[in-house]
Design a protein around this ligand. Structure first.
Ligand SMILES: NC(=O)c1ccc[n+]([C@@H]2O[C@H](COP(=O)([O-])OP(=O)(O)OC[C@H]3O[C@@H](n4cnc5c(N)ncnc54)[C@H](O)[C@@H]3O)[C@@H](O)[C@H]2O)c1
Ligand SMILES: [Zn+2]
Length: 347
């Protein structure tokens, strides 16, 4: 179902030829329309397709935009047998999946994932959604696209921040998967940032997530391992959105990973060597987060609001006993969390 492609136009044409649908609707944002959709519009399969273009940015992932898109689908007489082709990063595939899931109780959708973060995380796994009243991804469905094309040939126009953001999620998959995956993934050179080197790792990296999702599609238990780094990461991400300098999801995830590997070392004896390796990568490529100890209380409150918690008192973590040995449903005391945050600032 997921194709990692170096030749997206040809692979997309081939894939569409093998599908049954009455019409195609293409969703993109201002950037991906220019950088990606334009390079696809000559395809025979896309002649006569209706283009729907929305603004770039997380603010667009809203119920209002979804309603705007449903209106176009209705006005253009789309049916359940029409196909929604989302061409973009995680914002576009989350929004496209959401719109497709609800329109006439589900129209077919295909994602062409054009960002690294979108490819390794958002486009696979079937989670769709929009943000609501300041809460990320609050309204959504589990809804599987018919196909996903990871458009590696479109990654050339991604900037350093976007690549590092996706790479953090790749490190997360490697940490929970195995020592072999870890060694291969950590060896990527964040100074030269060679995309061909990264794409060699992509197929396996996406398969790690896909395998876990297949075993627990609706996150009853095992899928929680994919939240590694995200309890602290999401809190830092939300915190940065309350400051003047919001940070990309993947940067917050990198900080969350380092903090949660620290907790894993403290509580489950995770080997310190890998912690040190991650810390030096963080300092060199991502930098340190900007919070001070005055922000710890707010950060802990944000962790308490996490959707994954079973109750208000205990913050739920996935931690690691070793590479490839994640443990779900772990908790940590406030003191331990403060220590992990200290480590991020000064370790
Ligand atoms: N559904 C899930 O399981 C899941 C998992 C992780 C993240 N997400 C969601 O994914 C989103 C973040 O993903 P993202 O970083 O891809 O966001 P995004 O789609 O906003 O893309 C980031 C920026 O990169 C641009 N872009 C995309 N592809 C490009 C290309 N090839 N060349 C040049 N520019 C390009 C976009 O236009 C945008 O400006 C968030 O909304 C997050 O909630 C969802
Ligand atoms: Zn993430």
């Amino acid at each position: 179902m997921v194709v990692v492609s170096q030749h997206t136009p040809q692979d997309l044409q081939h894939l569409l030829m093998g599908m049954n649908y009455d019409r195609i609707f293409i969703l993109s944002d201002n950037n991906t329309r220019k950088q990606c959709v334009e390079a696809l519009m000559h395809l025979p399969a896309l002649q006569g397709a209706v283009q729907m273009v929305v603004n770039t940015g997380e603010m667009t992932k809203s119920l209002e935009t979804a309603a705007y898109l449903w209106r176009i689908l209705k006005d253009e007489a789309a049916t359940r047998h029409s196909l929604l082709l989302s061409v973009g990063g995680g914002m576009i595939t989350d929004l496209g999946g959401f719109v497709a899931a609800a329109f006439k109780r589900g129209m077919q959708c295909v994602h062409v994932s054009t960002s690294l973060l979108g490819a390794v995380d958002a486009a696979t796994g079937g989670k769709t959604g929009v943000n609501f009243e300041g809460y990320k991804n609050m309204i959504g469905f589990f809804y599987q696209p018919k196909h996903v094309i990871v458009a590696v040939d479109f990654f050339a126009t991604l900037d350093t921040q976007q690549l590092l953001s996706g790479y953090a999620e790749m490190l997360k998959h490697a940490l929970i998967a195995s020592k072999e995956d870890w060694l291969k993934t950590i060896a990527w050179d964040t100074e030269t940032m060679a995309i061909d080197q990264l794409s060699i790792l992509l197929e396996r990296n996406i398969a790690i997530k896909q395998h876990i999702v297949d075993m627990d599609p609706e996150e009853q238990s095992l899928r929680k391992v994919l939240n590694f780094g995200h309890t602290i990461g999401h809190a830092i991400e939300s915190w940065t959105h309350q400051t003047q300098q919001p940070q990309p999801h993947g940067y917050a995830v990198m900080w969350g990973i380092v903090a949660e590997v620290f907790l894993s070392h403290k509580k489950l004896g995770f080997p310190v060597t890998y912690l040190q390796q991650l810390m030096s990568l963080m300092k060199q490529a991502y930098g340190r987060p900007a919070f001070t100890c005055k922000d710890y209380e707010l950060l802990c409150e944000l962790m308490q609001q996490d959707k994954k918690n079973m109750d208000a008192e205990h913050i739920n973590f996935t931690l690691l006993r070793n590479l490839g040995l994640p443990e779900i449903n772990q908790t940590a005391t406030q003191e331990e969390i403060h220590e992990a945050l200290d480590f991020l600032r000064e370790g």
